[in-house]
Design a protein around this ligand. Structure first.
Ligand code: G3I
Length: 344
Protein backbone atom coordinates (compact mmCIF):
# COMPACT_ATOMS: atom_id res chain seq x y z
CA UNK A 1 0.00 0.00 0.00
CA UNK A 2 2.82 2.38 0.90
CA UNK A 3 4.24 2.12 -2.65
CA UNK A 4 0.95 3.29 -4.16
CA UNK A 5 1.19 6.77 -2.73
CA UNK A 6 3.06 9.54 -4.54
CA UNK A 7 5.83 10.88 -2.26
CA UNK A 8 4.66 14.01 -0.48
CA UNK A 9 8.18 15.40 -0.62
CA UNK A 10 7.93 15.38 -4.41
CA UNK A 11 5.23 18.04 -4.27
CA UNK A 12 7.44 20.63 -2.54
CA UNK A 13 10.49 22.57 -3.69
CA UNK A 14 12.03 22.34 -0.22
CA UNK A 15 12.43 19.52 2.33
CA UNK A 16 9.34 17.87 3.83
CA UNK A 17 9.97 17.07 7.48
CA UNK A 18 8.50 14.96 10.26
CA UNK A 19 9.12 14.86 14.02
CA UNK A 20 10.02 11.40 15.29
CA UNK A 21 11.95 9.35 17.78
CA UNK A 22 13.81 6.11 17.08
CA UNK A 23 10.56 4.09 16.94
CA UNK A 24 10.09 5.45 13.43
CA UNK A 25 13.56 4.50 12.25
CA UNK A 26 12.82 0.80 11.71
CA UNK A 27 10.19 -1.42 10.10
CA UNK A 28 7.11 -0.25 8.21
CA UNK A 29 7.09 3.18 9.93
CA UNK A 30 10.59 3.86 8.57
CA UNK A 31 9.47 2.68 5.14
CA UNK A 32 6.57 5.12 5.18
CA UNK A 33 8.80 7.91 6.48
CA UNK A 34 11.45 7.39 3.82
CA UNK A 35 8.85 7.41 1.09
CA UNK A 36 7.37 10.78 2.00
CA UNK A 37 9.88 12.78 4.02
CA UNK A 38 13.35 14.20 3.42
CA UNK A 39 13.97 15.80 6.80
CA UNK A 40 13.51 14.73 10.43
CA UNK A 41 13.28 16.53 13.76
CA UNK A 42 13.85 14.80 17.09
CA UNK A 43 10.54 15.27 18.89
CA UNK A 44 12.14 15.23 22.36
CA UNK A 45 15.74 14.07 22.46
CA UNK A 46 17.69 17.17 21.50
CA UNK A 47 15.93 19.31 24.09
CA UNK A 48 18.22 20.83 26.75
CA UNK A 49 17.62 18.18 29.43
CA UNK A 50 18.14 15.30 27.02
CA UNK A 51 21.88 16.03 26.77
CA UNK A 52 22.59 15.33 30.46
CA UNK A 53 22.54 12.17 32.51
CA UNK A 54 21.43 12.09 36.15
CA UNK A 55 24.95 13.06 37.26
CA UNK A 56 24.83 16.16 35.04
CA UNK A 57 27.34 14.69 32.63
CA UNK A 58 26.97 15.81 29.04
CA UNK A 59 26.46 13.06 26.45
CA UNK A 60 24.55 12.58 23.20
CA UNK A 61 21.28 10.89 24.13
CA UNK A 62 21.11 7.45 22.49
CA UNK A 63 17.84 8.50 20.83
CA UNK A 64 19.49 11.58 19.35
CA UNK A 65 22.38 9.46 18.13
CA UNK A 66 19.91 7.03 16.51
CA UNK A 67 18.31 9.90 14.62
CA UNK A 68 21.65 11.30 13.45
CA UNK A 69 22.65 7.83 12.22
CA UNK A 70 19.29 7.28 10.52
CA UNK A 71 19.49 10.65 8.77
CA UNK A 72 23.10 10.06 7.74
CA UNK A 73 22.40 6.58 6.36
CA UNK A 74 19.29 7.62 4.45
CA UNK A 75 20.42 10.98 3.16
CA UNK A 76 17.85 12.95 5.19
CA UNK A 77 18.39 16.41 6.64
CA UNK A 78 18.18 16.69 10.39
CA UNK A 79 16.54 19.71 11.99
CA UNK A 80 17.82 20.35 15.52
CA UNK A 81 15.24 21.07 18.25
CA UNK A 82 16.08 22.93 20.53
CA UNK A 83 19.09 24.69 22.11
CA UNK A 84 17.32 27.05 24.52
CA UNK A 85 13.83 26.61 25.98
CA UNK A 86 12.05 27.43 29.23
CA UNK A 87 10.76 23.87 29.42
CA UNK A 88 12.55 20.49 29.59
CA UNK A 89 15.71 22.19 30.84
CA UNK A 90 17.61 20.90 33.89
CA UNK A 91 16.73 22.89 37.03
CA UNK A 92 20.45 23.14 37.89
CA UNK A 93 21.02 25.39 34.85
CA UNK A 94 19.48 28.16 36.98
CA UNK A 95 21.05 27.29 40.32
CA UNK A 96 24.40 27.95 41.95
CA UNK A 97 26.73 25.28 43.35
CA UNK A 98 24.73 25.18 46.57
CA UNK A 99 21.50 24.53 44.68
CA UNK A 100 20.18 28.03 45.33
CA UNK A 101 18.48 29.99 42.51
CA UNK A 102 20.97 32.14 40.61
CA UNK A 103 20.50 35.79 41.47
CA UNK A 104 19.90 38.32 38.71
CA UNK A 105 23.06 40.15 39.74
CA UNK A 106 26.31 40.31 37.74
CA UNK A 107 27.64 37.05 39.23
CA UNK A 108 24.40 35.19 38.50
CA UNK A 109 24.24 36.60 34.98
CA UNK A 110 27.81 35.59 34.24
CA UNK A 111 27.19 32.09 35.61
CA UNK A 112 24.21 31.64 33.30
CA UNK A 113 26.02 33.12 30.30
CA UNK A 114 28.80 30.61 30.87
CA UNK A 115 26.33 27.75 31.20
CA UNK A 116 24.56 28.76 27.99
CA UNK A 117 27.84 28.95 26.09
CA UNK A 118 29.09 25.65 27.50
CA UNK A 119 25.81 23.92 26.61
CA UNK A 120 25.68 25.18 23.03
CA UNK A 121 29.33 24.41 22.38
CA UNK A 122 28.98 20.93 23.89
CA UNK A 123 26.06 20.16 21.55
CA UNK A 124 28.00 21.39 18.51
CA UNK A 125 31.21 19.66 19.49
CA UNK A 126 29.59 16.30 20.27
CA UNK A 127 27.56 16.24 17.05
CA UNK A 128 30.55 17.19 14.91
CA UNK A 129 32.93 14.80 16.70
CA UNK A 130 30.85 11.76 15.82
CA UNK A 131 29.19 12.74 12.53
CA UNK A 132 31.79 15.06 11.05
CA UNK A 133 32.01 18.83 10.83
CA UNK A 134 28.82 20.69 9.90
CA UNK A 135 28.43 21.08 6.20
CA UNK A 136 30.47 17.94 5.47
CA UNK A 137 28.85 15.04 3.59
CA UNK A 138 28.58 12.88 6.69
CA UNK A 139 26.80 15.32 9.00
CA UNK A 140 23.04 15.57 8.35
CA UNK A 141 22.37 18.57 10.61
CA UNK A 142 21.24 21.57 8.56
CA UNK A 143 19.47 23.80 11.06
CA UNK A 144 18.64 24.34 14.72
CA UNK A 145 15.88 25.98 16.72
CA UNK A 146 18.16 28.23 18.75
CA UNK A 147 15.47 29.65 21.01
CA UNK A 148 11.97 28.24 21.34
CA UNK A 149 8.81 29.90 22.70
CA UNK A 150 10.45 33.00 24.15
CA UNK A 151 7.48 35.24 23.33
CA UNK A 152 4.83 35.82 25.99
CA UNK A 153 1.27 34.59 25.53
CA UNK A 154 0.02 37.77 27.13
CA UNK A 155 0.30 41.38 26.05
CA UNK A 156 1.06 42.63 29.57
CA UNK A 157 4.82 43.20 29.15
CA UNK A 158 6.30 46.04 27.11
CA UNK A 159 8.96 43.75 25.60
CA UNK A 160 6.44 40.97 24.92
CA UNK A 161 8.77 38.26 26.25
CA UNK A 162 7.97 35.19 28.32
CA UNK A 163 8.99 35.48 31.96
CA UNK A 164 11.19 32.36 32.13
CA UNK A 165 14.21 31.61 34.28
CA UNK A 166 16.39 32.62 31.34
CA UNK A 167 14.61 35.95 31.28
CA UNK A 168 14.56 36.47 35.06
CA UNK A 169 18.33 36.24 35.23
CA UNK A 170 19.55 37.66 31.91
CA UNK A 171 16.61 39.57 30.46
CA UNK A 172 16.38 39.75 26.67
CA UNK A 173 20.17 39.32 26.44
CA UNK A 174 19.88 35.52 26.61
CA UNK A 175 18.31 35.47 23.15
CA UNK A 176 21.14 37.48 21.58
CA UNK A 177 23.74 35.35 23.31
CA UNK A 178 22.13 32.08 22.25
CA UNK A 179 22.33 33.11 18.59
CA UNK A 180 25.86 34.45 18.91
CA UNK A 181 27.13 31.30 20.61
CA UNK A 182 25.29 29.04 18.15
CA UNK A 183 26.68 30.93 15.19
CA UNK A 184 30.19 30.64 16.59
CA UNK A 185 29.88 26.96 17.53
CA UNK A 186 27.98 25.57 14.53
CA UNK A 187 29.00 27.91 11.73
CA UNK A 188 32.56 28.80 12.65
CA UNK A 189 34.38 26.54 15.11
CA UNK A 190 32.80 23.24 14.01
CA UNK A 191 32.01 24.04 10.37
CA UNK A 192 33.68 21.97 7.66
CA UNK A 193 36.39 23.67 5.70
CA UNK A 194 34.86 25.61 2.84
CA UNK A 195 31.33 25.15 4.18
CA UNK A 196 29.61 28.50 4.12
CA UNK A 197 27.27 28.86 7.12
CA UNK A 198 26.13 25.19 7.12
CA UNK A 199 23.62 25.38 10.00
CA UNK A 200 20.66 27.73 9.64
CA UNK A 201 19.70 29.30 12.96
CA UNK A 202 16.01 29.78 13.75
CA UNK A 203 13.82 31.36 16.35
CA UNK A 204 10.63 29.32 16.82
CA UNK A 205 7.23 29.87 18.44
CA UNK A 206 3.58 28.82 18.51
CA UNK A 207 0.40 30.86 17.88
CA UNK A 208 2.34 33.08 15.49
CA UNK A 209 -0.79 32.96 13.30
CA UNK A 210 -2.64 34.88 16.05
CA UNK A 211 -2.62 38.67 16.14
CA UNK A 212 -1.16 39.66 19.53
CA UNK A 213 1.47 36.94 19.63
CA UNK A 214 2.42 37.71 16.03
CA UNK A 215 2.94 41.40 16.83
CA UNK A 216 5.17 40.55 19.77
CA UNK A 217 7.11 38.03 17.68
CA UNK A 218 7.62 40.49 14.83
CA UNK A 219 8.77 43.20 17.24
CA UNK A 220 11.31 40.86 18.81
CA UNK A 221 12.65 39.69 15.44
CA UNK A 222 13.04 43.33 14.37
CA UNK A 223 14.97 44.15 17.56
CA UNK A 224 17.29 41.19 16.94
CA UNK A 225 17.92 42.38 13.40
CA UNK A 226 18.50 45.95 14.58
CA UNK A 227 21.11 44.69 17.04
CA UNK A 228 22.87 42.64 14.38
CA UNK A 229 22.12 39.31 16.11
CA UNK A 230 23.06 36.40 13.76
CA UNK A 231 19.52 35.03 13.35
CA UNK A 232 18.84 33.32 10.01
CA UNK A 233 15.17 32.52 10.15
CA UNK A 234 11.72 32.67 11.71
CA UNK A 235 9.85 29.49 12.67
CA UNK A 236 6.10 29.02 12.88
CA UNK A 237 4.99 25.94 14.78
CA UNK A 238 1.40 26.12 13.45
CA UNK A 239 -0.27 23.77 15.92
CA UNK A 240 -3.80 24.57 14.79
CA UNK A 241 -7.34 23.18 14.64
CA UNK A 242 -9.94 23.22 11.88
CA UNK A 243 -11.31 26.42 13.46
CA UNK A 244 -8.19 28.40 12.47
CA UNK A 245 -8.65 29.92 9.00
CA UNK A 246 -5.86 28.92 6.60
CA UNK A 247 -5.72 32.59 5.63
CA UNK A 248 -4.22 33.27 9.08
CA UNK A 249 -1.32 30.94 8.26
CA UNK A 250 -0.78 32.77 4.98
CA UNK A 251 -0.92 36.14 6.73
CA UNK A 252 1.70 35.02 9.27
CA UNK A 253 4.07 33.93 6.50
CA UNK A 254 3.42 37.16 4.58
CA UNK A 255 4.11 39.24 7.68
CA UNK A 256 7.73 38.06 7.98
CA UNK A 257 8.58 38.23 4.30
CA UNK A 258 11.00 40.88 3.12
CA UNK A 259 13.15 40.85 6.26
CA UNK A 260 15.93 38.94 4.53
CA UNK A 261 15.27 35.92 6.77
CA UNK A 262 14.34 32.32 6.06
CA UNK A 263 10.92 31.11 7.16
CA UNK A 264 9.96 27.63 8.21
CA UNK A 265 6.90 25.70 9.37
CA UNK A 266 8.28 23.62 12.22
CA UNK A 267 5.50 21.66 13.94
CA UNK A 268 2.39 21.59 11.76
CA UNK A 269 -0.65 19.60 12.93
CA UNK A 270 -4.40 20.17 12.65
CA UNK A 271 -6.79 18.75 15.25
CA UNK A 272 -10.31 17.85 14.19
CA UNK A 273 -11.97 17.94 17.63
CA UNK A 274 -13.68 14.84 19.00
CA UNK A 275 -15.36 12.53 18.34
CA UNK A 276 -13.43 12.12 15.11
CA UNK A 277 -15.89 11.45 12.29
CA UNK A 278 -15.44 10.62 8.61
CA UNK A 279 -16.84 14.05 7.73
CA UNK A 280 -14.29 15.77 9.95
CA UNK A 281 -11.44 13.77 8.42
CA UNK A 282 -12.55 14.90 4.98
CA UNK A 283 -12.82 18.49 6.16
CA UNK A 284 -9.30 18.07 7.52
CA UNK A 285 -8.21 16.83 4.09
CA UNK A 286 -9.39 20.09 2.57
CA UNK A 287 -7.64 22.01 5.32
CA UNK A 288 -4.34 20.29 4.55
CA UNK A 289 -4.89 20.92 0.83
CA UNK A 290 -5.39 24.66 1.39
CA UNK A 291 -2.56 24.92 3.91
CA UNK A 292 -0.08 23.18 1.62
CA UNK A 293 -1.16 25.43 -1.26
CA UNK A 294 -0.19 28.34 0.97
CA UNK A 295 3.09 26.66 1.92
CA UNK A 296 3.94 26.00 -1.74
CA UNK A 297 3.26 29.64 -2.56
CA UNK A 298 5.92 30.69 -0.04
CA UNK A 299 9.66 30.31 -0.23
CA UNK A 300 10.22 28.22 2.92
CA UNK A 301 13.22 26.43 4.40
CA UNK A 302 11.03 23.35 4.97
CA UNK A 303 7.65 22.22 6.31
CA UNK A 304 7.53 19.72 9.17
CA UNK A 305 4.53 17.82 10.55
CA UNK A 306 4.72 17.10 14.27
CA UNK A 307 4.54 13.33 14.12
CA UNK A 308 4.15 10.51 11.61
CA UNK A 309 0.89 8.90 12.74
CA UNK A 310 -2.13 10.10 14.73
CA UNK A 311 -1.66 7.81 17.72
CA UNK A 312 1.89 9.08 18.23
CA UNK A 313 0.81 12.72 18.31
CA UNK A 314 0.98 14.77 21.53
CA UNK A 315 -2.42 16.15 20.45
CA UNK A 316 -4.17 12.90 19.58
CA UNK A 317 -6.79 13.44 22.30
CA UNK A 318 -7.94 16.60 20.48
CA UNK A 319 -8.57 14.62 17.29
CA UNK A 320 -6.40 12.90 14.71
CA UNK A 321 -4.02 15.77 13.81
CA UNK A 322 -1.62 14.17 11.28
CA UNK A 323 -1.34 12.73 7.76
CA UNK A 324 -1.36 9.00 8.49
CA UNK A 325 -3.42 6.80 10.83
CA UNK A 326 -2.12 4.23 13.28
CA UNK A 327 -2.25 1.48 10.65
CA UNK A 328 0.12 3.70 8.57
CA UNK A 329 -2.69 4.34 6.12
CA UNK A 330 -2.93 7.67 4.34
CA UNK A 331 -5.79 9.84 5.58
CA UNK A 332 -7.63 12.44 3.51
CA UNK A 333 -5.10 14.82 5.12
CA UNK A 334 -2.32 13.15 3.13
CA UNK A 335 -4.25 13.36 -0.14
CA UNK A 336 -5.02 17.01 0.57
CA UNK A 337 -1.41 17.85 1.41
CA UNK A 338 -0.22 16.07 -1.73
CA UNK A 339 -2.73 18.02 -3.84
CA UNK A 340 -4.52 14.82 -4.88
CA UNK A 341 -8.24 14.44 -5.42
CA UNK A 342 -10.49 14.52 -2.35
CA UNK A 343 -14.09 13.31 -1.95
CA UNK A 344 -16.86 15.94 -1.54
O1 G3I B 1 9.88 9.40 28.25
C1 G3I B 1 8.94 9.46 29.34
C2 G3I B 1 8.55 8.07 29.77
O2 G3I B 1 9.69 7.43 30.27
C3 G3I B 1 7.46 8.20 30.82
O3 G3I B 1 7.01 6.92 31.15
C4 G3I B 1 6.29 9.00 30.29
C5 G3I B 1 5.20 9.21 31.33
O4 G3I B 1 4.53 10.42 31.14
O5 G3I B 1 6.76 10.27 29.91
C6 G3I B 1 7.72 10.20 28.87
O6 G3I B 1 8.14 11.49 28.54
C7 G3I B 1 7.19 12.27 27.83
C8 G3I B 1 7.81 12.68 26.52
O7 G3I B 1 6.96 13.54 25.84
C9 G3I B 1 8.11 11.48 25.61
O8 G3I B 1 6.91 10.86 25.24
C10 G3I B 1 6.88 13.49 28.66
O9 G3I B 1 6.17 13.13 29.83
C11 G3I B 1 6.06 14.45 27.85
O10 G3I B 1 5.94 15.68 28.59
C12 G3I B 1 6.75 14.74 26.54
O11 G3I B 1 5.88 15.57 25.80
C13 G3I B 1 6.51 16.28 24.76
C14 G3I B 1 6.32 17.77 24.98
O12 G3I B 1 6.88 18.48 23.90
C15 G3I B 1 6.98 18.22 26.26
O13 G3I B 1 6.92 19.57 26.41
C16 G3I B 1 5.86 15.87 23.46
O14 G3I B 1 6.19 14.51 23.18
C17 G3I B 1 6.37 16.75 22.32
O15 G3I B 1 5.62 16.49 21.17
C18 G3I B 1 6.20 18.21 22.70
O16 G3I B 1 6.75 18.98 21.68
C19 G3I B 1 6.60 20.40 21.81
C20 G3I B 1 7.78 21.03 21.14
O17 G3I B 1 8.97 20.58 21.72
C21 G3I B 1 7.72 22.55 21.21
N1 G3I B 1 6.47 23.04 20.69
C22 G3I B 1 5.28 22.45 21.26
C23 G3I B 1 5.33 20.93 21.16
C24 G3I B 1 4.09 20.35 21.75
O18 G3I B 1 4.01 20.61 23.13
Amino acid sequence: VIEDLPPLSGTLEYPMGVAIDSRETTGPAAELLLRHFTQITGENHMKPEAWYDAERNFRVHPEAAALMDFAQQNDLDLYGHVLVWHSQTPAWFFQDEAGQPLAADEAGKQALRDRLRTHIFAVAESLSDTWGAFGSDTNPLTAFDVVNEVVSDSGEYADGLRRSEWYRILGEEFIDLAFRYADEAFNQVHAAEGAEHPVTLFINDYNTEQDGKQDRYAALVQRLLDRGVPIDGVGHQFHVSLAMPVSALAAALDRFEGLGLEQIVTEFDVTTGTPVTEALLIEQGYYFRDAFEVFRAHDLFSVTVWGLTDGRSWRSSSGAPLLFDDALQAKPAYYGAAGAELPD
